[in-house]
Design a protein around this ligand. Structure first.
Ligand SMILES: Cc1cc2nc3c(=O)[nH]c(=O)nc-3n(C[C@H](O)[C@H](O)[C@H](O)COP(=O)(O)OP(=O)(O)OC[C@H]3O[C@@H](n4cnc5c(N)ncnc54)[C@H](O)[C@@H]3O)c2cc1C
Length: 393
């Protein structure tokens, strides 16, 4: 089948890889002019790690990624308040984990296609017409084309979703928190392999030093108003306004912000849809079921969804309708559990009051005790899903 995949982030290239392995003919369309850079560090384990392994990209992720040795919460003055070794927390993953930059993961997935998948950068879809036998797609720039299937892998603000299923407001659940991530060169102090956080009521700031001399910052803050779209200057102004008066290194970080090599700011939202497909159009990744940053597994889940959808579409004799239904049946409840769990984690990323702040730091301190960490994390490190096996080609 000829399958148009909209979006070359995490889910899109993963789906393209496995569809090609299944003998289909995928085409990727990405509205950015090249693969998008930037974003936070993704903690990567479980089924997503397994999919990466089956794609042969784990050695690259291990080389590009980081084994964070300390998670350190500091006071306004930069003094360590509590800390833990994430390797104790995540040790249950048996060494099969890594923290990797979102854009490094995206690049590794895209490179796994080895140029064998048609990819159109700098274009997007304008209209979809599913006549039951084919989908006719109109592009913003290119000529119209027909595909057997269209898959939206175009993230939280998916255009495929709004064209085929309805407006974003119907499916988006904003969690009252906004996320910003950016990186600048030559920032000090560095604290190699330590994720340093400073948390106050309503906001958390995180700094992590990257190997190439840059430092990545991630802010999560209470804000549920509108977020300027694709206007970095306005987004930076919003961040400045919301973080005014926050202590620790925040004023210096904001002073350096205009130099940012990449900049990301968006609402922390979930997408909850009654169905992930309609006719010949399906959704994967954040477009279908964004769990939000608070769930901590958006990228891994996006890869698992891509893998399972492709596995269903390679079953001999199974039509697309049965494949779409089976894909959703296998994953919807797993995703819903992760989404529900994430709702309660807002207080850890941006406590509402000083009581929540105290509770957050106490829990973090307890997680520093390996046995408690193991008991607390044991279940969440295991995804209750059996990935389908892939026939050798
Ligand atoms: C640059 C960037 C930085 C990010 N940083 C963070 C972060 O710091 N914290 C966080 O919580 N989440 C972040 N995310 C979201 C996170 O990557 C996703 O939650 C997760 O990886 C799920 O992957 P996905 O492939 O479904 O969506 P995404 O990784 O969001 O990928 C979607 C892709 O689709 C493309 N796209 C969007 N609309 C269209 C369109 N109309 N036509 C064609 N292509 C389109 C986008 O450019 C992108 O490449 C970031 C996403 C991006 C794109």
């Amino acid at each position: 089948m000829r399958v148009l995949i909209v979006g070359a982030g995490i889910a899109g290239p993963t789906l393209a890889y496995w569809l090609r392995r299944a003998g289909h003919e995928p085409t990727l369309v990405e509205h950015a002019a090249r693969l998008r850079r930037g974003g936070y560090l993704v903690d990567f384990w479980g089924s997503g790690f397994e999919v990466a392994d089956r794609m042969g990209i784990v050695p690259r992720l291990m080389a590009d990624g980081y084994r964070v040795r300390e998670l350190r919460e500091v006071s306004v003055a930069g003094r360590r308040i509590v800390h833990l070794d994430p390797r104790n927390v995540i040790g249950g993953a048996g060494g099969r984990y890594v923290s990797v930059g979102r854009s490094d993961l995206s690049a590794a997935l895209y490179d796994a296609l080895a140029g064998r998948v048609e990819t159109i950068f700098g274009d997007t879809i304008q209209a979809l017409d599913d006549d039951g036998g084919r989908v006719r797609v109109e592009f913003a720039r290119g000529a119209p084309r027909e595909f057997d299937l269209v898959v939206g892998a175009d993230g939280l603000h998916s255009r495929v979703r709004s064209l085929a299923f309805g407006p974003e407001e119907e499916f988006e659940r904003h969690l009252g928190i906004t996320v910003a991530a950016f990186d600048v060169d030559g920032y000090g102090p560095r604290d190699e392999l330590v994720a340093v956080t400073h948390t106050e009521v309503g906001v958390q700031a995180l700094r992590f030093s990257l190997r190439d001399g840059a430092t990545m910052f991630c802010f999560t803050f209470r804000y549920d108003g509108d977020v300027p779209v694709e206007d970095v200057a306005a987004q930076q102004e919003l961040l400045r306004t919301r973080l005014r008066g926050v202590g620790w290194e925040v004023s210096e970080i904001l002073r350096r912000m205009p130099e940012a090599r990449t900049f990301y700011l968006d609402r922390a939202s979930q997408i909850r849809m009654p169905a992930w497909s309609r006719g010949r159009v399906a959704l994967i990744g954040d477009a279908a079921a964004c769990p939000s940053l608070l769930a901590g597994q958006g990228s891994a889940l996006a890869m698992v969804e891509a893998y399972v959808l492709a596995a269903e579409l390679q079953r001999p004799g199974a039509g697309h309708a049965a494949a779409f239904a089976s894909y959703e049946r296998q994953l919807a409840s797993l995703v819903r559990v992760k989404q529900d769990a994430a709702i309660g984690l807002g207080a850890a990323f941006a406590p509402r009051n000083s009581g929540q702040l105290l509770l957050r730091n106490t829990v973090l301190g307890l997680m520093g005790i390996p046995l408690i960490a193991k008991l607390a994390m044991g279940r969440s490190l295991r995804d209750p899903i059996e990935l389908p096996l892939w026939p050798r080609d």
